[in-house]
Write a protein that binds this ligand. Structure first.
Ligand SMILES: CSC[C@H]1O[C@@H](n2cnc3c(O)ncnc32)[C@H](O)[C@@H]1O
Ligand SMILES: [Zn+2]
Length: 445
């Protein structure tokens, strides 16, 4: 018998790779943070002796969900400005609030709240874009959640940096300081074509090639963005970016609700990744990303929530379900975006976009043990004929019971193991008072 650190047995294991596979009564054998073996439970018990053995007989194990686009500290702005289109929301509500409140303490507490929400919802990795990115990196490391940290670049000054050169310099310093941290990876994160000028974008292309880092950017979010840019630059944003060298497999294009057939072909040929944020796009009435067409063209499409001020949650179960339903509604084709594709977008496709597919995104031996357990024996879930169908169309994030990142339990029986929930509630209470008071004053003025 071989001695190992941990075994997790479950009624179903859904590895995601290969597609459509569901393993009944199987066990994951975990050693040194990675999946060492995956085999029928009876056989695992004959072959391995584990320090701990978790038996989840009424659960499905899936790869930890990957939120491929968010702004984690924006949890503190949840519900502050609803029912508005993107530019009104940003220019008249969100950017003024950020100008007032965003500093290191805001980013710390907002990132901590986001980490708590994501873990409780089965997300084990998030791709972030926000000011003070090192603070989010430190929070993620302390909590134990995996994070791709966006090294932001934007043409306007903030408390974090004064101009494009300083944003890039500070980002590179963070990358150099933390690149050895196994839980962290880094992306360049120029905000959007309408807020970043050509010179910093060209530098980012060179740096992304040198350091082999993804570039994570909001692109073609609304028709308004595309029309304004066409009037200003004479070409659509995607064409302008391609002209600057910003295309290819390093690029993660967030939103992409405005796409012409030739642009879809270009994305597929370039190996550019698209991140679909269906709930944010619906709430801001930004448009629809043609997911089914992109997938059929061979584009890798991942899923993200966007920030909680435009969603208003970090619920990847909700996002998978909305993505699946929306694709059917928009295309008039009930076969569009089936359940297993939605799950793949929220796991393996996210890992691919982040350049992390050798390590995460599916439950196969050799990968990191980033795992989410979903309880499927609630009355609301019975009967179960196909657990993948249930994950997308029936279950919700409240059914996530346990979460592991690199084999470390971060949620056990719905209890967070590395976050003091009472202290977090206290901190959020202070922010709520402070931000609500300021909002009242603004309305009164
Ligand atoms: C430079 S930090 C990120 C910046 O992005 C803003 N933001 C949040 N959601 C969106 C969105 O959907 N489109 C464009 N910009 C967005 C956020 O408020 C920060 O200022
Ligand atoms: Zn965003």
């Amino acid at each position: 018998m071989k001695h190992v650190e941990k075994m997790i047995s479950a009624r179903w294991i859904i590895p995601v790779e290969p597609d459509n596979q569901v393993l009944d009564h199987h066990t994951l054998v975990i050693h040194e943070g990675r999946i060492l073996d995956r085999l029928p439970t009876a056989e695992a018990e004959r072959r391995y002796q584990a320090d701990s053995h978790r038996r989840l007989d009424r659960h499905a194990l899936i790869p930890g969900l990957i939120n491929a686009h968010t702004h984690s500290p924006m949890t503190l702005l949840r519900g502050l400005a609803d029912d508005l289109p993107l530019m009104d929301w940003l220019q008249n509500h969100i950017w003024p609030a950020e100008g007032r409140f965003v500093a290191e303490d805001f980013v710390h507490d907002g990132s901590l709240l986001a980490a708590a929400e994501m873990l409780r919802g089965g997300t084990t990795c998030f791709n972030d874009m926000y000011f003070f990115p090192e603070t989010t990196a430190l929070v993620a490391s302390q909590v134990g959640i995996r994070a791709a940290i966006g090294l932001i670049v934007i043409d306007f000054p903030s408390r974090w940096a004064a101009n494009g050169d300083e944003y890039i310099a500070k980002g590179l310093e963070i990358h150099d300081r933390h690149k050895g941290n196994a839980l962290l990876s880094f992306c360049f994160a120029p905000h959007a074509p309408y807020t970043v000028s050509d010179a910093p974008l060209k530098r980012l292309v060179t740096l992304a090639n040198q350091l082999d880092l993804p570039i994570h950017m909001h692109i073609h979010e609304t028709a308004h963005e595309v029309n304004e840019a066409t009037a200003r630059f004479g070409v659509r944003p995607l064409e302008r970016l391609a002209g600057l060298g910003l295309s290819g497999h390093h690029l993660m294009a967030i939103h992409m609700t405005q796409l012409q057939p030739a642009e879809i072909t270009h994305l597929a040929q370039a190996g550019t990744h698209v991140v679909h944020c269906p709930e944010s796009n619906l709430k801001l009435a930004s448009g629809f990303c043609p997911v089914q067409t992109l997938l059929e063209a061979g584009v890798n499409v991942a899923l993200g929530t966007d920030g909680t001020a435009s969603n208003n949650d970090l619920d990847m179960f909700g996002e998978m379900r909305t993505a699946a339903l929306l694709a059917k509604g928009v295309s008039g084709n009930a076969a569009a975006l089936p359940a297993h594709t939605a799950l793949r977008m929220a796991t393996l496709n996210g890992a691919r976009a982040l350049g992390l597919a050798d390590d995460i995104g599916s439950l196969v031996p050799g990968k990191q043990a980033d795992i989410t357990a979903v309880f499927m024996d609630d009355l609301e879930c019975r009967p179960v004929y196909d657990p993948v169908s249930h994950l997308i169309y029936t279950c919700g994030r409240h059914q996530v019971s346990d979460v592991w990142v690199a084999g470390r339990p971060l949620l056990r029986d719905r209890q967070l193991t590395t976050i003091d929930e009472a202290d977090l509630h206290r901190r959020i209470g202070i922010w709520q008072e402070k931000i609500a008071r300021a909002d009242h004053q603004t309305v009164a003025e």
